[in-house]
Write a protein that binds this ligand. Structure first.
Ligand code: LMR
Length: 397
């Protein structure tokens, strides 16, 4: 039965890990996947996580099934992190959160649920968007189109184009928005522009699906939630996928969440009952460990502070690497002005390198980046940055 099966192409992001791992050069550098590494080139195990894990190990809890929607303490902590502890949406019980398998799992549960609710809708994603968005929504059965977003000339957002596209979408279209730290470009819209987006979504009767995978990586937990605050105040119903892969450095534990804002408590409980059917028929209920650890950190004032400090440390180190790569490219006589890297937010830089230049970096230097020219600045460190700057300078000559 498998005789005619064709080889699928490698995943554009995770496939780079496979190629990187198979590369035997000791100088190789992986700037492909969005993962934060320390200056020593290690994925950190955060102190707050370590403390919560130690306490959990000592308590030696049994491993019964979780509820279909996951741990209540975790789900409550997620909603509070997204909307703030005084949020009227939370006190009115208008939100429902389910623990999901990472941000990707949250997007897929949300997509599968929306397909049942709105079978004829079109999904719109930014041009460009995270490599997996299109494939994920298509696999849920939706047609997927782009809305204007990145302006290569200004290295910023083509906001007029974005707004114009929002204003022509059919009612009840689903619009996937990056809540902060746009992946792959690092170009975010301002608070004032978010207000205009919310107004357009309301006027056109669109459904916003906010992807929040990098909360805390631009300016801070609260500061990075400006889009969520505006949507929360709008009276709209919308969806949010969020992830602790990056902010808690818990990539492999697959800790994410899908949060849906409904019009009322009663509506929220009906929506939850439907979302639970999607979960039950996919993976039944989520694993225990990651969610329990995140809930423990977020519910302890000391561990929460420790976590925020550690997150700030990651944010600061990424900024240092942004400055350093700009300086080092200039020092190598690279003619292009790379100062735009300083303005980009989050883990990535959309460098403007072409697919051919990215390919040369890989073959000639063992420096891996996404073919669109996206590099993970969070994987640069004081030991590999000169080598990476050499590679970029060489392919730009
Ligand atoms: C990325 O964009 O590199 C990350 O979100 C990891 C992934 O799953 O693609």
């Amino acid at each position: 039965i498998f005789a005619a099966v064709e080889m699928a192409p490698r995943d554009p992001i995770l496939g780079l890990n496979e190629a990187f791992n198979a590369d035997t050069r000791t100088t190789k550098v992986n700037l492909g996947v969005g993962v934060y590494f320390t200056d020593e080139g290690k994925i950190p195990l955060l102190g707050a996580v370590k403390a919560a894990e130690k306490a959990r190990l000592e308590a030696a809890p049994a491993r019964g099934y979780q509820p279909i929607e996951g741990l209540a303490a975790y789900n409550n902590a997620v909603a509070t992190l997204l909307f703030g502890k005084d949020s009227a949406l939370i006190t009115n019980n208008q939100t429902l959160t389910i623990e999901a398998l990472g941000g990707t799992g949250a997007l897929k549960v949300g997509a599968d649920y929306l397909k049942r609710l709105l079978p004829n809708a079109t999904v719109y994603i930014s041009d460009p968007s995270w490599e997996n968005h299109r494939a994920l929504f298509e696999s849920a059965g939706f047609p997927v189109s782009n809305y204007a977003y990145y302006d290569a000339a200004t290295r910023g957002v083509n906001f007029e184009g974005m707004l114009a596209d929002l204003r022509t979408m059919p009612a009840q279209s689903i619009v996937v928005l990056h809540a902060c730290c746009h992946n792959p470009t690092g170009a975010d819209i301002t608070a004032d522009q978010w207000k205009q987006v919310v107004t357009a979504i309301k006027e056109r009767n669109l459904i916003a699906f906010l992807d929040m995978a990098y909360q805390g990586f631009a300016d801070g937990i609260k500061e990075d939630a400006v889009a969520l605050d505006l949507f929360a105040a709008s009276g709209l119903q919308f969806l949010v996928s969020s992830s602790f892969s990056k902010s808690f450095s818990l990539y492999g534990e697959r800790v994410g969440a899908l949060t849906i804002v409904a019009a009322s408590k009663d509506e929220a409980s009906r929506v939850l009952s439907q979302v639970k059917r999607v979960v039950r028929t996919n993976y039944s209920n989520p694993p225990t460990h990651g969610g329990a650890v995140v809930a423990a950190v977020l519910s302890s004032p000391e561990l929460r502070q420790q976590w925020e400090d550690e997150l700030a440390g990651m944010r600061v180190r990424i900024r240092e690497m942004r400055s350093a790569i700009v300086e080092k490219l200039a020092a190598r006589g690279v003619k292009q002005d790379f100062s735009f890297v300083l303005k980009q937010r989050g883990m990535f830089s959309y460098t403007g390198l072409t697919a051919e230049q990215v390919e040369r970096m890989k073959t000639e230097f063992g420096v891996y980046a996404v073919s669109t020219g996206r590099i993970c600045v969070a994987a640069l460190n004081t030991k590999n940055i000169d080598y990476v700057a050499d590679a970029i300078a060489a392919v730009l000559k």
